[in-house]
Design a protein around this ligand. Sequence first.
Ligand code: BGC
Length: 756
Amino acid sequence: MEKKIEQLIGEMTLEEKASLCSGMNKWKTESIDRLNIPSIIMTDGPHGVRKAVNEDDFGAHGVDDNEKATGFPTASALASSWDRELLSEIGQALGKESKALDVSILLGPGVNMKRSPLGGRNFEYYSEDPYLAGEIGTAYVKGLQGEGVGACVKHFACNNQEFERMSISSEVDERALREIYLPAFEKIVKEANPWSIMAAYNKVNGIHATENPLLLDILRKEWGYNGVVMSDWGAVNNRVMALKAGLDLEMPGASPANDKKIVEAVKSGELDESILDETVKRNLSILFKALESTKEVETIDFNKHHELARKAAVNSMILLKNEDRTLPLDSNTLKSMAVIGELAVEPRIQGGGSSKVNTTQVDIPLDKISENMGDNVSVNFARGYDLNRDYKDEKLIIEAVEVAKSCEIVVLFMGLPDLIESEGYDRKHMNIPENQVLLLNEIAKVNKKIVVVLNNGSAVTMGSWIKNAKALLEGWLTGQGSGSAVADILFGKANPCGKLTETYPLKLEHNPSYLNFPGVDGKVKYEEGIFIGYRYYDKRKIDVMYPFGHGLSYTEFEYSNLNVSKNELEDTEELIIEAEIKNVGSVEGAEIIQLYVRDKESRLIRPEKELKGFEKVFLKQGESKKVIFKLRKRDFSYFDPSKNYWIMETGEFDILLGSSLSDIRLEETINVISTDKIEINLTGDSPVSEWLMEEKSREIFFEFLDKVRDRVENSLQSENAEMVLGMPLKKVMYFDTELASNSEEIIKNMIKKVNS
Ligand code: BGC
C-alpha cells in the first residue's frame, strides 16, 4: 500500500495534493477522478451512526434528516458499566452499522475529562478519571476498528466545556495536562491505534488546538502516532500553520480557499512540500484502509442490535440508593403502582447536538413496566410536570398526587431536558428542574414508597429531595433500550451493576473548578491542576452525595485473599495483585472491583488515591472468582513538570481494593524501589534539606561548611531541626563570619563540584 501511495503522490500536481487536505463537503473526503482516488464518508458518532440522508447536510436540523440507526447509551452511561467487553461489542455493532451505511469513519469516541459537572457535553464523555476513560475508549475503538471502520478520538485536547468553545483558551499546567487531560488519548493511541484524532475547537494555553505543538511534540513524536489528525468541524484557524503543526485534514470541506493557501505557501517557500507529502500520505493511507474493509458488508439485524442496546442500558444504570430494600419490586404481590412523570412516556434517551441518532425504535418505560405487572394489576400514569417548561403546573401536580395516593408504590421519573443539557452550551446549575422537585415533595406527603428513576447525562445535585426517595436509580441517557432496561431492573429481572464514573457532590460550589468555570476574557484557568473530580473531594475530605465508583446491587459481595506478588518492587518489575470476590447474596449479579494506589509520601503533592485498575466480574449466587491486576512503573509515577518526565519515587505505596472510592475492602502496603533520580538544581537558595538529600551533595555541603558542621549537626538532632532544614545554603553561611564574607565564591565552587 505504501508503494502505491508514494506512486500516486508522485503523479499528483501540487493543487491535487492540497485538495486532499480538506473535505469535499460536510461529510466526505476529497476525490481525484483522474487518479482513481475516491472519497470516503465519515459521520457522527459516538453512540450511534448519524448519517445525514442528504450528504451535504449537517443532519443536525432534526433527527429525521438522518438514516435510521441503533441508538446506544451515551458515553457517561456506557462508562458506568465499567465493562470493556460490552464497549467492544458496541464498537463492533457500530462498525457493522457504519459499513452498511457506507460510512468509513465514525466520529467518536469523546474522551475529554469531566472537569466541571456543568459541561454541556458531559453526557458524551466517559469520566472524571483518565485511566477509566482510556480503558473504556480503548475497548470501544478496538471493537469498532476490528470491523474495518475507523474511529476518530475527540476532542484533542482540553475541550472541557461548551462556553465559547470555539475560541476559549484552556489554561492548563503541564502536570495536569500529562496526568489528567492527555492520558486517555495516550492510552487509546498506544493500545488501539485509532485511524484518526479530532483536533478540538478551543485553544490550549493560547494556541489553537489545530495548530498546537501538542500535535507534533506529544501526539506524533512522543506517542508515535501516525494516523490522521482532522479538525473539528470548522476548527481550523490558519490552514498553513495547522498543516505545519500536524493537522492533516480540514473538515468540513468548506471553500477551496484554504487549499489555495497551501499551494501558495509551497510556491513561496513558506511550506516545505515534503510536509504536504507526508500529510497526503496519511490521508491516503486511511482512505485505502477504508476501501479495503468495505468489501464485505453484512445486512444489519436491527432487532439484534436493539437487544444489545437494551443489554448495554441495563449494564449502564446505577442503583444509587435502596433503603429498606425497596427494590426489586415483586410483581406477584404488588396490587397497584403509580408511574409518574413525562419522562416515563417520553424518555430522554440521548443528549442534544451532533450525536443525536434517528433511532430504529424506542422502548417506552411505562409500556415496559405495565408489561411486567401483568393484567391483574393496575398501573396508573400521571404526567406530573412539563419537561420543557420549568413552571409549577398545579393541575398536573394535583392529578399526580391523586394517582400516587391510591397506589401501593410510586415510580417517579425525573430528569433534565435537552434545553438544559446539550452540546453547544453548559448547564447553569446542577439542579433537577424545580417543578419536578416540587412534585416529588408533594407526592411524598401522601405516599412514602417512592422510587425515583433519573434521566440525565451528567451528575445532578439532590439537595433535600433525596430523603423523599426510598430508592434511586440513575437511568442516564441510555439509548433506545432504556425503557426495557428500567423495567428489567425495577422488577429484578436484571440486577443493577453500574457504578459512578463521576462524583456526585453535595453542592456545585464544592466542585474544584467552581471558581474558574467557565472563564472570562477568552481564558479558562484550570487552577485546580490535577485535583479534578474525586482527586479533589478525597484529598480535601469533603463529603459528597455519592462517591466515585459507587453503585449498589441486589446481592452482596465479599472480598478476600488479597495477595501481592512482591513487597519490594523494583521499577523494572511488574506487580501482580490477586484477590477473591464472592457473591454472598441471594441472586446473581456483577461487581466492579476497583484498584486504587496511594503514594504515602511524595515530593510533589499527590491525590489521596488514584484509580489504576478495575475488573467487572459476573457471579452466580455463592460463586467466587479470582481477579488479577497488574501494575507497572507508570502506575506509581507522577509527572514532574520541572524535569518534564514521569518519576516514580522510592517509598511506600498502599494498594487498595474497593467497591467504591470510599468503600475500600482490602489493602496492602508495598515498597517501591526506584532508579529515577530526582535531580535537583542546587543553588545558594536551595534549602539545607535539598543539599543533604543525596550523598554527593551532602559530602560537598559538609566539606565546604566544615566550620559550622557541629552547629548544623546539633541543630538537626534538636527539636528545631526543621528550621535548619528549611534554611537556604546562603543563610547557613552566616553562622560563621569568614564563610559569610566569602559566601558567593564558596557557593560557586560548591555548585561546580556538585555538577562535576
Ligand atoms: C462537534 C463534533 C462533531 C462535528 C460533526 C462538531 O460541532 O464538536 O463532535 O463530530 O461537529 O458533527
